[in-house]
Ligand binder design. Structure first.
Ligand SMILES: [Zn+2]
Ligand SMILES: [Zn+2]
Length: 373
């Protein structure tokens, strides 16, 4: 979301050609993480003669995370490059400022075909699409994505005098817009990067109508895009109703049921290479957002054995935030129970507290038996 404050975050050394004028509020965990990563990491590669707006970090033998500053006052962002045996997959394209295609070709050291897949259509994730002849996105994202397919997408970054509003950069460094082909993919689509190397599309809708994660089956890592909260609905979008926390919650349950396939997650913003068990906490946070007041939670069976939960089999739910405040063995046991067992509320817990009401419990039953969408 465009915005930002003139109050800067504390200094992080940067050789990027961009310079932020407006800032997102400094994040207490993200800022020190980025300070250390950007100033001290040996993973960093920077090729200003090719693209002075992007830093690359080699996060796996064949994978890079590409860092770009936000151009519209929001959070700095990540794109990702997977160098497969025969083809390259670029996940997201940032703001489209600077030569992204040239940088990717330089990193992989070849002119292999570059497939481009978007997590979603937002400014900071898809405005470099026009540097490529075709781009993939989840089919539910089509309406949103087509809204961005025009040469005026960068206009909002400049005032009436043509000056940068949010971040200082040279307008001539925007690679001029060209029409590109949008290819829609269904849930479960697998990109073939050659010699059996596959990357699977797993929708994580809610933040946008067709926001999609990508699971690298070779490295067992998932690129999640943005999964914070429900996004804006566009009038006329047949998938607008996906933009709810509930949809995100349903889709996240599917991902959480597959955690044994995922070693680490790489989001669209912030800390990288995060343990995939964080997704359970993320799911818990969405539970709280969706069912505030009830404290009600109903998880898909985490073992992923396909078994469906009946509410009677479920155990009362403590909240992770509540347990974090407690200490000792009891806390560990109960936290473990939350994170490893299917749960649903609607019954009194050990202290006799009722954790949810009847209507809500029946809704939760639907969630239990109908994970995914
Ligand atoms: Zn977004
Ligand atoms: Zn974003």
């Amino acid at each position: 979301m465009p915005g930002g404050s003139p109050v800067p975050n504390r200094y992080i050394k940067s050789e990027l050609k961009s310079y932020r004028l407006l800032w997102e509020e400094e994040r207490p965990i993200r800022w020190p993480y980025m300070k250390i990563l950007r100033e001290y990491s040996t993973l960093k590669e920077f090729y200003p003669e090719i693209n002075p707006y992007v830093e690359a970090y080699r996060i796996r033998e064949n994978v890079w995370a590409l860092f770009q500053e936000s151009m519209d006052g929001a959070g700095d962002l990540w794109m990702y490059v997977i160098n497969g045996p025969e083809r390259v997959l670029l996940i997201d394209t940032g703001f489209g400022v600077g030569d992204l295609k040239g940088l990717v070709q330089h990193l992989v050291g070849s002119d292999k075909e570059i497939l481009v897949a978007n997590t979603h259509h937002h400014y900071d994730h898809a405005y470099g699409n026009a540097q490529f002849a075709r781009c993939y996105c989840h089919q539910d994202e089509e309406f949103s994505m087509r809204r961005t397919m025009n040469p005026h997408i960068w206009d909002y970054l400049f005032d009436e005098n043509g000056k940068n509003i949010y971040t200082e950069f040279n307008r001539n460094d925007i690679i001029p817009y060209q029409e590109y082909e949008l290819i829609l993919i269904p849930t479960g689509y697998r990109f073939d990067l050659g010699k059996g190397y596959e990357v699977e599309a797993i929708p994580l809708r809610g933040h946008s109508a067709g926001q999609c994660a990508y699971l690298d089956h070779h490295n067992h890592i998932i690129f999640t895009g943005d999964i914070g909260g429900a996004g804006r609905r566009y009038e006329g979008d047949p998938c607008a109703d996906n933009c709810t926390v509930e949809t995100l919650w349903r889709d996240m349950q599917v991902v959480v049921s597959r955690l044994d396939e995922i070693e680490a997650m790489f989001p669209g913003h912030g800390m990288l290479d995060v343990t995939s068990s964080l997704l359970r906490y993320e799911l818990d946070a969405h539970d709280r957002a969706e069912w505030t007041g009830a404290g009600a939670v109903c998880h898909e069976h985490p073992s992923g054995d396909g078994g469906q939960i009946q509410p009677d089999e479920c155990v009362p739910q403590d909240t992770v935030p509540a347990l974090r405040k407690q200490g000792g063995k009891e806390r560990e046991n109960r936290l473990s129970a939350i994170l490893h067992r299917p749960t649903v509320s609607g019954k009194p817990d050990a202290e006799g507290r009722k954790t949810s009401g009847g209507d809500r419990a029946s809704l939760l039953q639907d969630h239990c038996t109908l994970p995914g969408k």
